[in-house]
Write a protein that binds this ligand. Structure first.
Ligand SMILES: C[S@@+](CC[C@H](N)C(=O)[O-])C[C@H]1O[C@@H](n2cnc3c(N)ncnc32)[C@H](O)[C@@H]1O
Length: 345
């Protein structure tokens, strides 16, 4: 049940005394106790966390748990783990992101609310293209993780053709689960974004990305929920945190058609350095930095302004959660793959 020696002493004591006491109150009473334990442990928005864990354990049921009800023990075990900064989303197995309930767990980055502003810009652009007479714009999401951006775009702009790229096969398996869970047509590709999807060179309308962007030396200051539970490959990106954004810029420069847009999330300390990286690279117009819903500098957009090399081609097979294993395709990089496979296969 409660694992001793992990929770702060005050929390552990109160938890023990609670569990030992007669369980004779309504769930509301348990919620209050849980929220208080979470507050003492320094958890942000303890009431919301308590309600989410109760919802996970008890479902919609709001009747009095009877003494000996195993679910009560389960509930307070989860509360205690949350007190030790295990992410709420790992405890419930889900992350709410815009209109989607994404399946998440150890091995994949937990979607963060600030990424919603990246999706909003992507959705707006795709809708503008559709309204302008382009019925099926092509969007590539780089560093897709659980599929946060790609699946949201596919959900909100069903006419768009959406491809997503992820290096880590474990993370990509979560994206595949989410695509299947929500029945969304996103084509998944396993591989490094460097040199990815060469058959799309010069033909994409939109490239999105929320890449790793924590500077190595800043990792210690990151929230424990993220630092200790998200995969390392999802977090750090070299001494200035820009290593993967540099790769995203290069991939987007190659993939986008003239006039195509790239939308890239960055840390709130990269409002100058991320746009500057695009300016220095050349070939970009309208480089603009944007704030998130909390008013923090959060993402850069840039439009491809000169014609990239290479003849644009397209992959005619869309939909489903196919994963193209790019490493195996390195020999024939100029044409689309012949077959796909599913994660974990
Ligand atoms: C910060 S997470 C974001 C995941 C997702 N976009 C989201 O917003 O929830 C970054 C993701 O990039 C992936 N990644 C890191 N380096 C990569 C690379 N060179 N090529 C492709 N994916 C990469 C990581 O595995 C991780 O899943």
């Amino acid at each position: 049940m409660i694992e001793p020696g992990h929770a702060p002493l005050a929390v552990a004591e109160r938890l023990d005394s609670h569990v030992d006491s007669h369980v004779d109150s309504l769930l509301a009473g348990h919620l209050e106790t849980a929220a208080e334990l979470l507050r003492v442990a320094g958890i942000e928005d303890p009431e919301r966390a308590a309600r989410a864990l109760a919802g996970h354990v008890f479902g919609d049921e709001r009747v009095e748990p009877r003494p000996g009800d195993d679910r009560l023990e389960t509930f307070f075990t989860l509360v205690e783990r949350r007190c030790r900064r295990v992410p709420l989303e790992h405890l419930t197995g889900r992350a709410r992101f815009r209109d989607l309930d994404l399946l998440v767990g150890p091995g994949v980055f937990v979607p963060q609310p600030e990424t919603s502003c990246v999706v909003q810009r992507a959705v707006d652009l795709l809708n503008e293209l559709i309204a302008g007479g382009q019925p099926h714009p092509l969007c590539v999401d780089l560093c897709t993780g659980s599929g946060t951006i790609a699946l949201s775009v596919a959900n909100e702009v069903p006419q768009a053709r959406v491809h997503a790229v992820e290096l880590d096969p474990g993370a990509l398996a979560w994206a595949a689960r989410n695509a299947a869970h929500h029945q969304l047509a996103v084509t998944l590709h396993e591989g490094d974004i460097a040199g990815v999807l060469p058959w799309f060179d010069g033909s994409c309308d939109l490239v999105t990305s929320n890449p790793p962007y924590v500077a190595t030396a800043e990792l210690a200051g990151v929230r424990p929920e993220v630092r200790d539970h998200d995969p390392a490959v999802a977090l750090t990106a070299g001494p200035d945190g820009l290593d993967i954004i540099r790769s995203v810029e290069q991939a987007a420069r190659r993939l986008l058609r003239p006039g195509g847009l790239v939308v890239v999330e960055h840390s709130d300390r990269q409002a100058s350095s991320a746009p500057e990286l695009f300016r220095r690279a050349g070939g970009w117009c309208d480089i603009t930095d944007h704030k998130d819903h909390d008013g923090l500098d959060r993402f850069v957009t840039a439009a491809r302004c000169d014609a990239p090399e290479g003849a644009p081609t397209d992959d005619p097979r869309m939909g489903g959660a196919l994963i193209y294993r790019l490493a195996a395709l390195a020999e024939r990089r100029t044409s689309p793959p012949e077959s796909g496979s599913t994660p974990g296969a």
